[in-house]
Design a protein around this ligand. Structure first.
Ligand code: CMC
Length: 426
């Protein structure tokens, strides 16, 4: 066993060095506080491995993303979202029979309790769909109490299936609610992606045929967003789950975290930014703002905590954006602005030095807009796709015999102990 030595205050401490299959070695500091009476300090967890996991691996320097060992580029080209869901949840690609059974099981969980339609009506029509999703997904715990016993592996599996299956239904309902159109029930003869498009875009008064181009693009977007290691929302799900809270509440916590513009909200912010830039001529002005330390503006869809190289998902997404725009014959104006912005930024010293590359959100908004989704739905789609990652990570944690409630400590810099002063003496 390799050990690292720490010397402090005239004493030597041994720290075990742990090694995974891939990625940096890890210093085991679990007994650090007991042994040294000191904490480690790591705001934003930039140097902290918060758990052991077998699900997703990222090499940020090389721009590699693996789901259970399989490169995202290969999955994007050869697989589909249902297969990826199975892979993330169970660790291996399914056989034909396993896949058929899985698709059947997910498909037959897509309807939501009818009472949930009344729950929706409590929201304002102009509510942000993410606000609705945080509330409604958390509320699933009130409807599916027969799968809330997290000590029972079968109930955990049913809760996981329910979440993956019902998210498209709820996401489409959130959209329909804002438009004033009636909710559309799921159809069991459609694929996961096609069914979502059907529930989002069809109306009861006419036939809706799902475009194979859109179905393929939707499935691809779901695959690319399915999991991403211990990011902020996944860590939130794990932290919420570490108190043994029910999975519906944990996923609602993940959705809340994903909402922010530094995380899942970036694709919405990126598309707004591209719209604001408007023409290639104005790009230098926005690049200058992004570089100005006194201006809070950042180039949305650029930079990543882990990737210090191209986000591999951005490459796949850029190719898909071109195909979707071409096949739909949609105005590719914003795409051209984005491509030019990418070109200029990648040649600029500021972005080179700070290793800022386009991330997954840089092109996803363009595709989603072309497909007809309103901007406010973008983060909802991210949440829908990420649910399988969240629930797989949650399941891994609950089944881990060494799980512990998450309880970080702090470096306290507030006032020292002092005596209470009565109000008339302050
Ligand atoms: N535009 C301009 N400057 C940037 C950008 C950007 N998009 N991103 C980082 N920087 C600068 C930042 O100002 C800082 O400069 P300095 O060292 O001079 O203070 C340096 O690069 C490092 O930035 P950081 O904020 O310390 O890096 P981080 O790892 O904490 O942040 C990030 C990562 C994704 C929050 C950040 O790059 C960002 O805000 N990007 C824009 C939002 C975005 O696209 N988010 C989507 C992320 S991918 C999808 C997801 O995870 O949900």
């Amino acid at each position: 066993m390799t050990k690292a030595k720490l010397s402090y205050g005239g004493k030597d401490y041994d720290l075990e060095v742990m090694e995974g299959t891939l990625g940096p070695k890890v210093l085991d500091v679990r007994k650090f506080y007991t042994d040294t009476n000191m904490f480690t300090f790591d705001p934003g967890y930039t140097s902290t491995a918060s758990c052991e996991s077998k699900i997703t691996f990222i090499d940020g320097e090389k721009g590699i993303l693996l789901y259970r060992g399989y490169p995202i580029e290969q999955l994007a080209e050869k697989s589909d979202f249902m297969e990826v869901c199975y892979l993330l949840m169970f660790g291996e690609l399914p056989t034909r029979e396993e896949k058929d059974q899985f698709v059947h099981d997910i498909t037959y969980h897509t309807m939501v309790h009818e009472q949930i339609t009344f729950f929706f009506r409590g929201f304002r029509r102009d509510a942000h769909p993410m606000a609705i999703m945080v509330g409604v997904v958390g509320a699933l715990a009130a409807f599916y109490r027969d799968s809330a016993d997290i000590t029972d592996p079968h109930q955990r599996k049913i809760a996981s299936y329910r979440l993956v299956a019902k998210m498209p239904t709820l996401a489409a309902m959130a959209h329909k609610y804002s438009t004033g159109q009636p909710f559309i029930y799921p159809r069991n003869d459609l694929s996961y992606a096609a069914n979502f498009l059907h529930m989002t875009f069809s109306v009861p008064c006419e036939d809706y045929v799902v475009s194979p181009t859109l179905e393929k693009a939707m499935d691809l977007i779901f695959m690319l967003h399915a999991d991403h290691e211990q990011n902020a929302s996944t860590s939130t799900v794990r932290l919420a789950g570490s108190s043994l809270a029910n999975p519906f509440a944990c996923i609602a916590a993940g959705i809340a975290c994903l909402w922010g513009p530094a995380h899942g909200g970036a694709n919405e912010a990126c598309l707004r930014m591209l719209g604001e830039i408007g023409t290639k001529k104005r790009i230098p002005e926005f690049i200058a703002r992004a570089k100005d330390a006194n201006d809070p503006f950042r180039l949305m869809g650029f930079g990543h905590r882990v990737y210090k190289n191209f986000d591999p998902r951005a490459k796949v997404m850029s190719k898909a954006a071109r195909e979707v725009l071409d096949e739909l014959g949609v105005d590719g104006h914003l795409f051209e602005v984005a491509r030019e912005l990418e070109r200029i930024a990648l040649e600029d010293d500021y972005f080179i030095e700070k290793k800022l590359y386009p991330n997954v959100d840089f092109y996803s908004g363009i595709i989603l807009k072309a497909m007809g989704f309103p901007t406010e739905m973008f983060t909802v789609l991210f949440a829908l796709a990420r649910t399988v990652g969240w629930i797989s990570q949650w399941g891994e944690m609950i089944a881990d015999p060494v799980k512990k409630i998450g309880r970080p400590r702090q470096l306290y810099t507030g006032p020292g102990m002092r005596d209470y002063v009565s109000i008339d003496k302050r």
